[in-house]
Design a protein around this ligand. Structure first.
Ligand SMILES: Cc1cc2nc3c(=O)[nH]c(=O)nc-3n(C[C@H](O)[C@H](O)[C@H](O)COP(=O)(O)O)c2cc1C
Length: 322
């Protein structure tokens, strides 16, 4: 937190995303910490509320609440967070949390609630996102598959009167170069090195992102498991390469192509409803420069700080951490 506050003092636009699970904090502690941070940073905190994909890992760290119930707990957690945030005298009696009279008061009550992101594509995850997320985050799939998920979450959001309030984000890596050939050569290099190390195990991929729902391409690859695969078998859509997932690098897909093609593909995902892009590359610094110099300038008109629609935001289109 100290480091982030130091960065907040030196920057104006950078937002700070913290990913955590509800069991990490009591809602009251989370509210106090976030409000303090919001006051100090000028409301630049983003919460990515996640709920764990692997039961084994959850139990290793002491959380024995089963998968679907974790989303019920997250829903209560956010109900209580909003309650404390907006009332000085909040009362609540849920399955996981109780409150009798707490809430933000004084200067802290002026802070804005952090922007709320969440991820997870199981049914309970979608329901939680529909009720509480400003941005529902997804892993990349084929555009029509992403569009189906958006439609489902938007339909659920309608039940909470949030159909227009919820927005959608895509987490995808980028391998982009001046030409398509150069970008593909880089993807091939990653793939061949992983193959040489014996790291190409589809089942081992997404260790941190294990989900109750398999993506379409994951199921297809598992069904047709040949002895050896080539890197270019993993293009599931033009410029959308699932090879990273196969070699164990989450979130699983990368945009691979020339600067022009990658810009076109971002526009394609934007056209089906993605407003926030979590873009990443390896090595981070070099690829961040490349994306900053060759991709982001194409979106000057559309880019804006990610914020809630009711705050009067233009279309937000942000690179990771941007
Ligand atoms: C875009 C995206 C970002 C995620 N970020 C994190 C993260 O920062 N930390 C983490 O532990 N899990 C992260 N996850 C994992 C999810 O929170 C969740 O555990 C996983 O998607 C399984 O959920 P499900 O079984 O409900 O589909 C992320 C997932 C996605 C799709």
């Amino acid at each position: 937190m100290d480091r982030v506050l130091a960065l907040a003092r030196e920057t104006r636009k950078l937002r700070f995303v913290t990913a955590f699970q509800p069991y990490h904090f009591s809602p009251y502690a989370a509210v106090q910490m976030a409000a303090t941070y919001q006051r100090a940073s000028g409301n630049r905190l983003v919460w990515n509320i996640i709920n764990g994909g692997s039961e084994v890992v959850q139990k290793q760290v002491g959380d024995f609440v089963p998968h679907d119930d974790r989303y019920l707990r997250a829903t209560e957690f956010m109900d209580v967070v909003r309650g404390y945030w907006n009332n000085p005298d909040f009362h609540y009696h849920g399955k996981y949390y109780q409150a009798e009279g707490g809430g933000l008061k004084g200067p802290l009550a002026k802070a804005e609630l952090p922007l709320i992101c969440t991820a997870g594509s199981s049914e309970p995850a979608r329901e939680f996102g529909a009720k509480h997320a400003d941005y529902y985050l997804m892993r990349a799939e084929r555009p029509h598959e992403v569009a189906e998920l958006i439609a489902d979450v938007r339909r659920r959001a309608r039940a909470y009167g949030r159909e227009d309030a919820i927005r959608f984000g895509l987490s995808i890596d980028v391998i982009t170069r001046e030409t398509d050939e150069e970008a593909r050569a880089e993807a091939k290099r990653f793939f061949d090195e992983a193959e040489a190390r014996g790291a190409t195990k589809a089942a081992a991929a997404h260790a941190g992102l294990r989900s109750a729902r398999k993506l379409g391409y994951e199921t297809e690859f598992r069904r047709e498991e040949p002895a050896q695969r080539q890197y270019d078998e993993f293009f599931i859509h033009p410029n959308v390469w699932a090879g990273f997932g196969y070699i164990g690098i989450p979130p699983g897909c990368a945009l691979v192509g020339s600067y022009t093609d990658v810009v076109a593909r971002i526009r394609e995902y934007h056209a089906i409803g993605i407003d926030l892009f979590f873009l990443a590359g390896y090595p981070h610094l070099e690829e961040a420069y490349r994306i900053g110099e060759h991709i982001l300038p194409h979106f000057r008109a559309e880019r804006a700080a990610a914020s809630r629609p009711e705050a009067g935001a233009a279309l937000p289109l942000a690179a990771n951490g941007g």
